[in-house]
Design a protein around this ligand. Structure first.
Ligand code: TXA
Ligand code: MG
Length: 329
């Protein structure tokens, strides 16, 4: 199969509609990462997402809708705090989990009685979703366990020959996946951290829990138990306090003739000035937005990436740290 990358316009949208209505999948941009979308009502199409990615069959998908879609048709109960949160944060990088009405394919939620819904703010995503006017089930558009894609080219590198169309909306500026928030209880609970932080949610909802898996408990966000976000090369991660040791390791590997890159925030780069730098940037948002792009760049040019965790580790950095630790194994 030939894989096309097309800018979002009337003709590529018409093609995407033809593909989706025919039970196929289309990759599309969001403000976080690229998604691999299929009609959430179509059982076969949803199953094909799992096959194309090599995704474990028990890891549920998020359904994406445009901002005027009536989600009451998909979920049975929306608590008051969720309505407040939606007013403040949507459209945006916040996915909310509700009790499902079981109208979409059972394959979307992998048998759970809940449904995760996301209203992306990316203009191209909104255009695509509005044009189709369907709930679109979509995981990140990478091969399972690989680094999530933040450009159309990243999607192409992972899925060429397996999908017909990538809608190109430029580089995703959020950089890490949406916050996943369980809204089925009396108090909202963050299942996956992201750009909308638990503090931001608590400010609007009054309270917000953060999910920590207890031993023996059934995992509430199945995605979190898998290895994830890993580049196709060797990696070594050092704590911020050990950054000098990280630089030593980088220098040693380089002296041995290895193709090695040093990944860290800008301040650490200025401290050590490595030749082979994967500079994550200076601010929280820059680091979040650059992480996946730099991991993909690293695996392309190096056989090993030596990374240093950022100094600051609260707010948005909770989500970044979570991805970084998983990426470096
Ligand atoms: O930013 C994003 O969320 C991106 C873009 C494409 O929208 N999507 C994304 O999808 O990251 P994916 O499939 O890579 O991650 C979905 C996460 C997984 O951790 C999954 O376990 C969780 O959402 N999830 C989905 N449905 C759920 C449900 N009903 N209950 C609990 N967790 C759920
Ligand atoms: Mg993913």
């Amino acid at each position: 199969m030939d894989t096309k990358i097309l800018a979002i316009d009337d003709s590529s949208l018409a093609l995407s509609k033809k593909i989706i209505q025919g039970g196929g999948v289309v990759a599309f941009p969001t403000e976080t990462v690229y998604g691999l979308g299929a009609n959430a009502f179509d059982d076969g199409a949803v199953r094909s997402i799992f096959a194309i990615k090599g995704r474990p069959a028990d890891n549920p998908l998020i359904v994406h809708v445009h901002k005027d879609y009536d989600i009451n048709t998909l979920v049975s109960y929306i608590p008051e705090y969720a309505k407040l949160l939606a007013k403040v944060f949507l459209p945006g990088p916040l996915t909310m989990v509700y009790r499902s009405h079981n109208r979409v394919s059972a394959a979307v939620s992998c048998g759970l009685d809940t449904l995760a819904i996301r209203i992306p703010s990316h203009e191209g995503a909104q255009r695509f979703l509005r044009y189709l006017d369907l709930p679109i089930a979509a995981p990140s558009a990478n091969v399972s366990k690989h680094v999530s894609p933040v450009t159309a080219r990243h999607v192409y590198d992972d899925l060429k020959g397996k999908i017909e169309l990538v809608l190109d909306g430029g580089k995703c500026n959020g950089g890490i996946e949406s916050t996943v928030l369980d809204c089925t209880g009396e108090i909202p609970c963050v299942l996956r951290s992201g750009l909308v932080t638990a503090d931001m949610i608590a400010q609007v909802a009054g309270e917000c829990h953060e999910y920590v898996m207890k031993e023996g408990e059934k995992v509430r966000s199945p995605g979190m138990k898998y290895k994830h976000y890993s580049p196709n090369c060797r990696t070594a991660l050092f704590e911020y306090a050990d950054r000098a040791a990280a630089f030593e390791e980088y220098r040693k590997l380089k002296a041995e003739g290895k193709r090695v890159c040093f990944m860290a925030e800008s301040a650490v780069m200025r401290e050590f000035m490595p030749e082979d730098a994967l500079d994550l940037g200076a601010t929280d948002r820059e680091i979040a937005s650059n992480l996946y792009d730099k991991l993909r760049e690293g695996e392309r040019i190096a056989e090993i990436i030596v990374g240093v965790v950022p100094c600051k580790q609260d707010g948005v950095m909770v989500g970044v740290m979570n991805r970084m630790r998983k990426a470096f194994g």
